[in-house]
Ligand binder design. Structure first.
Ligand SMILES: [Zn+2]
Ligand SMILES: [Zn+2]
Length: 193
């Protein structure tokens, strides 16, 4: 029975919510370590009693991912006493860019909710849906390398982005009516209607 390892996952692992997915698996199985996005690979350093179960659950991947290869190597280096999502590194940048993904049912519910944060907001998205191909400028996929970068997060979006308790934990396209892009309707002459 293995208790630790460095896990390298290759395939469509960008823009599909892989890091928050791994975080949730680690959290539920008391795994310590970290997950990093390295271009076309996700690299996980993990240690814990339930390592084998952890490996089994991450092999499934989040719904939009396509896993081509999972490599498990001995763990090297010091591990944190918690599980952390690390900043993306350069790594191998030959990865596949995921397509834009049609809005999910949960986000449609958010848009239709009366007096919610996302009520009526057209650019609502989450880790399971929203633009990817259209907004990615470069890999690895992080907000600073997307066309969403100029839209600084409001405190409420910031909280959802950083907290594992929310559906939009690490959702790079998170945006709401107070901080995200807005639409303007104009006539053919460019005049506001
Ligand atoms: Zn969604
Ligand atoms: Zn916001």
């Amino acid at each position: 029975m293995r208790r630790s390892g460095t896990i390298i996952i290759r395939g469509i692992v960008q823009g599909v919510g892989f890091r928050p997915f791994v975080y949730a698996c680690a959290d539920s199985l008391c795994i310590r370590g970290s997950v990093t996005n390295l271009g076309s690979e996700v690299v996980i350093h993990a240690e814990g009693e339930h390592f084998d179960d952890f490996l089994k659950s991450i092999r499934k991947g989040p719904p939009l991912s396509v896993i081509d290869e999972v490599i498990v190597l001995p763990l090297e280096g010091v591990i944190s006493d918690r599980f952390l999502i690390m900043e993306s590194g350069a790594g191998n940048l030959s990865g596949m860019i995921p397509p834009d993904i049609a809005i999910c049912d949960a986000c449609i519910e958010d848009i239709n909710r009366i007096n919610g944060r996302y009520s009526g907001y057209w650019a609502t998205s989450c880790v399971d849906c929203g633009p990817r191909y259209s907004v990615i400028r470069a890999l690895p996929y992080d907000r600073i390398r997307t066309t969403m970068d100029p839209f600084s997060l409001c405190p409420a979006c910031e909280e959802e982005y950083w907290s594992p308790d929310f559906r939009r934990h690490h959702a790079q396209t998170i945006a709401c009516g107070s901080c995200g892009p807005s639409l303007t309707l104009m006539d053919p002459k460019g005049l506001h209607m």
